[in-house]
Design a protein around this ligand. Structure first.
Ligand code: 8YV
Length: 321
């Protein structure tokens, strides 16, 4: 019997679709990851596995899964998977591009505005009973309209972000591993070097995936190059940032603020040093978390499993390019 392993609880309507052609083993928790030992054990006779970013796919994982034909990752990013190794073993990997682009850009935009206008700090100010009077610069923040915004990573999400900035009459520059001429033409974004991006931006937005080239890209030297009134936003992956260096930059005033949806180690604990900083806005990795988008991501993953197990090409394969 064909077996599909699902490592996180998803609604019954998706499980039912899988059950039409396979036996389904699903971890029955929504907020707790499947223990590694159980994951490896269940992989032994699995033909497909439907995973989240919590599951690491490395040699140990693939060694434990002799029958595996497809891994479908419930995310567009796939830095949790050793892609060349999966390819070598003949295992198809799929992700969830496009369906989450607009929702993730929207969250990034929310984070930028919230950080710029000190929304979390301002709400806390009232809750703490500090609001006694009006003051000319009480909780004064930074304008996004007319600002210079530097986008690091001009993929789908970077472009969706740039599109939104048009309505704010911002000057948008970008840095990417390769130039994106269509974005330049259609969105009027200017290609600059990484250093120029850091030196000139009011807002530096990281939408880049985690790769060997982007790992630790935002380190002490990078934050030193940024303007002291600049705000850093990260909706890509936490490991593009050296977190101690970011904390130091925020504490010492090298930059003015940061809005973060992603961290090196997730989840972060309530005593994480970033949570002690009033100029940092932190979110629990909710970039793609709208109900409609999560529905679409799950459906796309189901469709990928179905296609591959029924002998068709995957819909959204990831390849080692
Ligand atoms: C994931 C993400 O949905 O798509 C990505 O790469 O980071 C998020 O959208 C989330 O982490 C669940 O795996």
């Amino acid at each position: 019997m064909t077996k599909v392993l699902v490592t996180r609880k998803v609604p019954d309507r998706y499980v039912e679709q899988l059950k039409e052609f396979a036996e389904v083993k699903m971890w029955d928790e929504e907020f707790v990851p499947m223990p590694r030992k159980e994951f490896l054990e269940e992989l032994k006779d699995a033909d497909a596995c439907f995973i989240t970013l919590s599951e690491k796919v490395n040699e140990e994982t693939l060694d434990a899964a002799p029958k595996l034909k497809i891994i479908t990752n419930l995310a567009v990013g796939y830095d949790n998977i050793d892609i060349p190794l999966a390819e070598e073993r003949g295992v198809t990997v799929t992700n969830t591009p496009e369906v989450l682009t607009e929702t993730t850009a929207e969250l990034g935009f929310t984070l930028m505005l919230a950080t710029a206008r000190r929304i979390v700090e301002a709400e806390q100010y009232i809750r703490d009973g500090k609001w006694k009077s009006w003051g000319p610069y009480l909780l004064a923040g930074k304008d996004v309209h007319g600002s210079k915004v530097g986008i690091f990573g001009m993929g789908d999400i970077g472009r969706a972000f740039a599109r939104r900035l048009k309505g704010f009459e911002a000057n948008v520059m970008y840095h990417n591993r390769s130039r994106h001429r269509i974005a330049e033409k259609e969105l009027g974004v200017l290609y600059v070097s990484f250093d120029e991006l850091l030196e000139n931006s009011d807002f530096v937005i990281c939408t880049a995936p985690l790769t060997p080239e982007t790992k630790d890209k935002f380190d002490r030297a990078a934050f030193k190059k940024m303007r002291s009134d600049a705000i850093f936003i990260n909706i890509g992956r936490g490991a593009t940032v050296v977190e101690e260096d970011l904390i130091q930059a925020l504490e010492e005033g090298d930059i003015a603020g940061a809005g973060l949806d992603v961290f090196r180690e997730e989840p972060i604990a309530p005593d994480h040093p970033l949570l002690k900083l009033s100029n940092a806005v932190v979110l629990p990795h909710i970039g793609s978390a709208s109900v409609v988008t999560r529905d679409r991501m799950i459906q796309l993953s189901v469709n990928n499993v179905k296609a591959v197990l029924q002998g068709h090409p995957p819909i959204t394969p990831v390849t080692d390019k």
